[in-house]
Ligand binder design. Structure first.
Ligand SMILES: Cc1cc2nc3c(=O)[nH]c(=O)nc-3n(C[C@H](O)[C@H](O)[C@H](O)COP(=O)(O)OP(=O)(O)OC[C@H]3O[C@@H](n4cnc5c(N)ncnc54)[C@H](O)[C@@H]3O)c2cc1C
Ligand code: FES
Ligand code: FES
Length: 493
């Protein structure tokens, strides 16, 4: 493997200008850069933890040959991670002679703003939606706004404005749409195949040139913090004021962003975002697709990766339980060496994963459920959208022609110090008729498999009861006794 050339600055487009920066700290957020250094103060800071959406900006990146714009939370996105991208802020929407952008005009027409603090964030989210779907359904609008909070207007006028954007202007006339080809060409011109290395000590950051270079960099600096989408690590900086340097940014590594179906399994590169995974998973394993819609808001889903959700080892990460239930395996890589590990064995104890220094998650392989197998994942939270799991149950059960359970893989989040299977419950089910009587007989086995804790999300008793009830729900849904609960549409609320 030849060493790549080294660049000591990042390069990106900010609105219409090309920016080249060598004074970038590893933990400098995009929001601080925009507000404090560029004085682009239209982008607001509300929560600084990815929840409120006031800081939403668009980031355009080349995906294959295509230029894709996505809303992201500038408050938890690190500046260095926009190397090679196009950052678009609310200031760039100003039309000739100060004319309003169609999204802004619609918000004015439908009284979608009061104090205005949240408004730039809503504008950017609705702009991203409009660009990918000029005639969105109410469900599309609801999903696009999951990551934006408004504390004074109320959502009804904002949703009305969202429905009316296309009446306020033509998408073909929009400047980002018109300039797509020239911006793509400019971004291609920024690609030089170099590794970026900036700073030393507490400010040091590295952006590897490709996945082989990542392996090389991590062997040389095994203590470095790996940052993919930064939807966890961003908060270590903004909320916990932790030193994270040296940092290795992997979010732009193309090889890690690929998702494919090979021999009856889906291979998800560790850098695939939730949004990119959604298109494939919602088609191949619809229950997993629906679950992704319950993770954060669009901005978090555009940044956050399934690789990061697994690697962080959280007991309440949403994807590990369904992936364990499906029998997923991880590919871990250190230097030239790769090893494969069943996902359930990766989680050793709270905060402890089977990952050596200098090793990284390269991909996750998810076998498709066998024909006729039942698979579902249920997330229990206090609030439906943008909330963290109290408990999450994932069920993968195959019932034979004789009506008996042939195989069962059941895993939960929020019930133990790690995402964890339910071996005792599974053992009670296997070989028995798939009936409510069998399900009832399996419920006491939960006490052997799990000892949940009480915390701000739920009491231990609630978690245990909810976990047992999810098995009943799964049984009722698989036998057609009860229809799957569908998401309420906005107008029915
Ligand atoms: C507002 C908000 C809402 C959220 N809602 C949810 C939710 O509903 N459900 C949920 O599960 N999570 C949620 N999260 C948490 C977060 O989005 C996920 O855990 C996400 O998947 C992390 O991925 P990332 O790429 O952002 O990881 P990062 O923050 O970049 O990294 C997370 C951890 O993984 C490590 N890491 C990342 N990639 C690799 C790799 N390839 N190899 C080895 N180590 C690696 C990092 O070093 C770090 O320790 C939310 C976060 C926010 C801010
Ligand atoms: S400031 Fe609230 S999401 Fe960024
Ligand atoms: S208009 Fe005030 S917070 Fe939304």
């Amino acid at each position: 493997m030849a060493e790549p050339m080294i660049r000591s600055h990042i390069r990106f487009l900010l609105n219409g200008e090309e920016v080249s920066l060598s004074d970038v700290r590893a933990d400098e957020t995009l929001l601080d850069y925009l507000r404090l250094r560029c004085r682009l103060v239209g982008t607001k800071e509300g929560c600084a933890e990815g929840d409120c959406g006031a800081c939403t900006v668009l980031v355009g990146r080349l995906a294959g040959g295509d230029l894709v714009y996505e809303g992201v939370n500038a408050c938890i996105r690190f500046l260095a991670s926009v190397d090679g991208c196009h950052v678009v802020t609310i200031e760039h929407l100003r039309g000739e002679n100060g004319a309003l952008h169609p999204v802004q005009q619609a918000l004015v027409d439908y009284h979608g703003s009061q104090c205005g603090f949240c408004t730039p964030g809503f504008v950017m989210s609705l702009y991203a939606l409009w660009m990918r779907n000029p005639r969105p359904s109410d469900r599309d609008i609801e999903k696009a706004l999951q990551g934006n909070l408004c504390r004074c207007t109320g959502y009804e006028p904002i949703v009305k404005a969202a429905r009316a954007v296309s009446a306020s202007g033509r998408l073909e006339a929009d400047f980002l749409v018109r300039e797509r080809a020239s911006v793509a060409a400019r971004l291609k011109g920024l690609r030089d195949g170099a590794r970026v290395e900036i700073g030393a000590g507490k400010g040091r950051l590295v952006i590897p040139a490709d996945v082989d270079d990542l392996a090389r960099v991590l062997e040389a600096e095994p203590q470095a913090t790996i940052v993919a989408g930064s939807t966890d690590v961003g908060l270590w900086v903004t909320k916990f004021l932790r030193d994270i340097a040296p940092v290795v940014f992997i979010g732009g590594i193309e090889e890690l962003r690929s998702i494919s179906t090979v021999n009856g399994a889906i291979r998800i590169g560790a850098g695939v975002s939730y949004s990119d995974a959604f298109a494939v998973l919602s088609e191949k394993i619809p229950a997993l697709g629906s679950l992704i819609e319950r993770i954060g808001g669009d901005q978090v889903r555009n940044m956050g990766t399934i690789g990061g959700n697994v690697a962080n080892g959280s007991p309440i990460g949403d994807t590990p339980p369904p992936l364990i239930a499906l029998g997923a395996t991880l590919t871990l890589r250190k230097g030239h060496n790769r090893r494969s590990l069943p996902l359930e064995d990766f989680f050793i104890a709270y905060g402890k994963q089977d990952r050596a220094p200098g090793e990284f998650v390269e991909a996750i392989e998810v076998p498709l459920p066998a024909a006729g197998a039942h698979f579902a994942a249920y997330k229990v939270t206090k609030r439906r959208d943008e909330d963290i799991t109290a408990t999450l149950g994932a069920f993968h059960v195959l019932v034979g022609a004789d009506g008996n359970v042939q195989s069962a893989r059941i895993a939960y989040g929020g019930m133990a110090a790690t995402p964890k299977r339910a071996p005792t419950v599974e053992a009670v089910l296997i070989g028995k008729p798939w009936s409510m009587q069998t399900v009832e007989a399996a419920l006491p086995a939960y006490e052997a498999d799990y000892k949940p804790i009480s915390d701000m999300r739920a009491s231990a008793e609630y978690r245990m009861l909810a976990a047992k009830n999810l098995l009943k729900r799964f049984y009722l849904e698989t036998t057609g006794t009860k229809k799957p609960i569908t998401i309420r549409r906005y107008e029915e609320a």
